[in-house]
Ligand binder design. Sequence first.
Ligand code: ZN
Length: 304
Amino acid sequence: MNNMNIRSLGLGIMSLVLLPGISVPAAATETKLKVLVIGGQNNHDWAKSTPYMEKLLNRSDRFQATVNNTPEPNAPPAAWDAWQPKFRDYGCIVLDYNGQAWPDRVQKDFVDYVRGGGGVVVIHAANNAFTGWKEFEQMVGLLWRGREYGSSLYLDDDGKLVRELPGQGRGMGHGGQYDWVMTVRDTGHPITQGMPVKWLHKKDELYHGQRGPVENVHILLTAYSDPAPGRGGTGKNEPIVWWVPFGEGKVVTNLMGHVGELGCLECVGFQVLLYRSCEWAATGKCATSLPNDFPTADATSLVP
Ligand code: ZN
């Protein structure tokens, strides 16, 4: 087991931090940030969550979001031949997808897009997808994979990063669903700027023991996985939001967002994270200011 201070992972982007309280009015920005949301297959209710995230993004005057879903499971090859998302037309791609492997041609376009500086935001079960697609696994870093598949990270009670090697330590999974407290671990990052260090997220499914290549994983927020009866967690501070550099691009993964009920996506904390993650992955900056109704350590805050 290898203990490292989280700071030792290298957070070399401090020069991009905006001053607290500063937001850029839409009128002062050249154009809206174009975001593509991809659903189409998932073991979760993507038909609810994909259009909902599109709606959330378009509610902010910062974004122009559209959806381009994959063909349905077992669609004929011709349907896949016709599916050619133009990643380069967008500043950020939001993945709400957990299904069949994409065609080689689309995988290559996607990898080239990220390598060339494109932004990606991976939501909840989208980190379950694409087992064996090495570039995808590298850019996500921690995925829903078996214990032998890769290493894992958590933060100990002192906030120190602990790395578990393949085959060691806790396996991947999730406990019950409940309201959980998010803890900001990098208060200087543009995505978390100004957030209370602890804030309460609305009932959601808390993943634990995610596995992967774990190269250059920068953890932004964790949640304590409660081992109490009925909750079934690990008793560890599990990474929930992190980012990984890939070529010139940036990939932000957010494990929140199990949709059965929409409550977890109605959480103002989730919404701010979605906005800022898209902005930051695309531009390295965040202009979305923290709303007054942001959740506190004791109270969730929902906007349908
Ligand atoms: Zn889930």
